[in-house]
Ligand binder design. Structure first.
Ligand SMILES: *Cc1c(COP(=O)(O)O)cnc(C)c1O
Length: 465
């Protein structure tokens, strides 16, 4: 029998993993010493590890398993498509039915006139596409100097050289000589950490107006586009003040620049609408999609493009860009089936009208804990800020992430997968989470936070920096 169906015991798997497998966003030596967690199977919202422990996955994998684990329909569709046509490309004037069917469905679901899709294998690849697309667009319109893309500090747009350059993560820029030229970062709309004495509304306007100041400073004739996540995900689930996106939209309308909404997390129901752009009133020219597009069952991403932009590109000769797996037939068929389930089972309506408001109400109660300064959510995504001095929104004296990591470990010990970004705890559970599941999630989160609180006090870490 092969190793997958008949695997060795956990300790041996951990040793083999350490010997041969380099992990993303991980300190390899540290992980090797500790031993990696081996996930074996999953169903619904529950993961089972190689020792038989069951954990509630409040992160939906990496923000992606929107319909939950274990849906046979997707497995069946994948098997059928592999037998019919496992692979063909979409280069050089060829196509196949799954790519066409998915493109039609996306044009129907995505708001506005974003009726064309350029397929990629991931969100990072799609954002790479976007950089080339917007620059090629302006060049085709006789404005080759419009190249600069304005993004935000602490944004996450993926991990390829170009996508990580668009992103505003210092720790990523520090490795490998990033960012690439002609990417400009403005400040993020993170009121909790950076809002000072301003009200959230005032702060949202102030941060949005940095876009206008940047356009004026760099020159409108040099700026191609602005890119932003409706809610910053990997940056810590930063829900912007209500004033932020309308002002960004006004500025984009008033200036000749394209607006790119990176919907890789917010898309496909995460915020209680099909897209975060609908939740926040954004009218993008280009939208990045991935993750929830296939609920993570197959790797696929893409760029949704407006009729105007797609029309210009179509008449500008060959677009010299593409991926071997652009519109991969198995991934496209799986994504289409995922969208059918999201739509026919009304999962997004349920989040919007029922489970999202219930989560918001329960999650908010966590802010009653003496170490939780803020607890917010939209739809099925939320965050809370741990603080030793709630009223001052003060950070801990210990390096950022020290307390967050303790809390993450207490979550695991309480059979809950929650992630930490610095000292923020974040959730992005499958959209199928029921009200009893929400009670379980919030109960375990409270328990983990309280155990963290006691540890932090005992270790002398409960002090502001
Ligand atoms: C995850 C993510 C990406 C990158 O997607 P990959 O599929 O990991 O390449 C891009 N943008 C946002 C907002 C993301 O959360």
């Amino acid at each position: 029998m092969d190793m997958i169906t008949n695997h060795p015991p956990t300790a041996e798997l951990q040793a083999l993993d350490a010997a041969h497998h380099m992990h993303p966003f991980t300190a390899g030596a540290e992980l090797a010493a500790k031993g990696v967690l081996v996930i074996k199977s999953a169903k619904g919202v529950t993961l089972t590890d190689s020792e038989g422990h069951q954990l509630m996955d409040a992160m939906a994998g990496l923000w992606c398993v929107n319909i939950g684990y274990g849906r046979d329909e997707l497995a069946d569709v994948a098997a059928r498509q592999m037998r019919e046509l496992p692979y063909y490309n979409t280069f050089f004037q060829t196509t196949h039915v799954p790519a066409i069917a998915l493109a039609i469905k996306l044009a129907e679901l995505v708001p506005g006139d974003l009726n064309q899709v350029f397929f990629a294998g991931s969100g990072s690849e799609a954002n790479d596409t976007n950089i080339r697309l917007v620059r090629h667009y302006w060049a085709a319109k006789g404005k080759p100097d419009k190249k600069i893309i304005i993004s935000r500090k602490n944004a996450y747009h993926g991990s390829t050289v170009a996508a990580a350059s668009l992103g505003g993560m210092d720790a990523m820029h520090a490795q490998g000589g990033l960012p690439i030229p002609d990417i400009h970062h403005i400040d993020q709309p993170n009121w909790y950490a950076e809002g000072g004495d301003l009200s959230p509304e005032e702060f949202g306007l102030e941060r949005a107006r940095q876009l206008e100041a940047a356009i004026n400073e760099l020159g409108e004739d040099k700026v191609a586009a602005f890119i932003g996540e409706p809610i910053q995900g990997a940056g810590g689930v930063i829900i912007p003040p209500e004033t932020y996106w309308p002002e960004i939209q006004r500025i984009c309308d008033a200036h000749e620049i394209l607006l790119i909404a990176d919907e890789v997390i917010c898309g496909f129901g995460r915020t209680g609408n099909w897209f975060g752009s609908q939740t926040f009133g954004i009218r993008p020219d280009i939208m990045t999609i991935a993750k929830g597009l296939s609920s993570g069952y197959a790797p696929i991403g893409g760029s949704m493009v407006s009729d105007e932009v797609a029309g210009v590109i179509a008449n500008a000769g060959d677009f010299n860009h593409g991926y071997t797996y652009s519109g991969h037939p198995v991934a496209a068929a799986v994504a289409l089936e995922n969208l059918r389930i999201l739509q026919e089972e009304r999962l997004i309506e349920t989040v919007q009208q029922d489970t999202g408001p219930y989560l918001a109400q329960k999650w908010k109660q966590l802010a009653d804990h003496p170490m939780v300064a803020e607890a917010n959510s939209v739809g099925m995504v939320g965050s809370l800020a741990l603080s030793p001095d709630k009223s001052a929104r003060a950070p801990f004296a210990a390096p950022a992430g020290t307390v967050g990591l303790i809390c993450r470990d207490r979550c695991f010990a309480n059979n809950l997968v929650m992630r930490h970004v610095g000292d923020r705890m974040i959730i992005s559970p499958p959209l199928i989470l029921t009200k009893p599941d929400i009670d379980t999630l919030v109960g375990r989160a409270y328990q983990a936070i309280d155990e963290t609180y006691k540890t932090v006090q005992a270790d002398g870490l409960f002090k502001a920096g």
